[in-house]
Design a protein around this ligand. Structure first.
Ligand SMILES: [Zn+2]
Length: 168
């Protein structure tokens, strides 16, 4: 029985903008925080990653890397892991144009496949359903990711120029 997915949560890796970071790096940080994948899930998908909590990570060069399998419960949004999926953008609050482009593609793909509405989740609803930034979840105090996912969605997935990392 596949789990029901209601929510897609967007995160940032909280590393300096533009710094090259991989799922292996994030896996190490999550292992240090005692995150642990179940061995059956691990042997079925990305066995080298024993801890990573996210389902996808978007690198600074736009690469869409995988962490946990979508059918596997993640470890990225306390209280909401059971019915959500998690995407992490490498950086903090500025992302490369190709990261933004690939985020839009991934959000559309995931929402279509798992029947998640591509709208900001209504934070007053009893069950969060839609797309949300980690820090926009009620009760979460951290600034993650470093931009408003709600505004990005309402602007047709167009990033605010101040959040675009351009090479100099
Ligand atoms: Zn987060």
């Amino acid at each position: 029985m596949p789990r029901t997915i209601n929510l897609l949560v967007i995160h940032c890796a909280d590393v300096p903008n533009g710094r090259w970071t991989t799922t292996g790096d994030i896996n190490g940080w999550h292992r240090a925080r005692k995150f642990k994948r179940q061995s059956a899930a691990r042997s079925a998908f990305n066995p080298a990653l024993d801890a990573i909590g996210y389902h996808w990570v978007i690198y600074t060069d736009g690469t869409r890397a995988t962490g946990r399998a979508p059918e596997e419960v993640g470890a990225h949004a306390a209280g909401h892991n059971a019915d959500s999926l998690g995407i992490c953008l490498v950086g903090t609050d500025r992302f490369t144009p190709i990261q933004w482009a690939h985020l839009a593609v991934l959000v559309r793909d995931v929402c279509t496949r798992y029947r998640i509405p591509i709208v900001p989740a209504d934070t007053a609803a009893p069950v969060l359903r839609g797309v949300i930034g980690h820090g926009e979840i009620p009760g979460v105090a951290k600034r993650c990711p470093g931009f408003s996912v709600r505004d990005w969605l309402l602007q047709g997935m167009t990033p605010d120029p101040q959040h675009i990392l351009l090479k100099d």
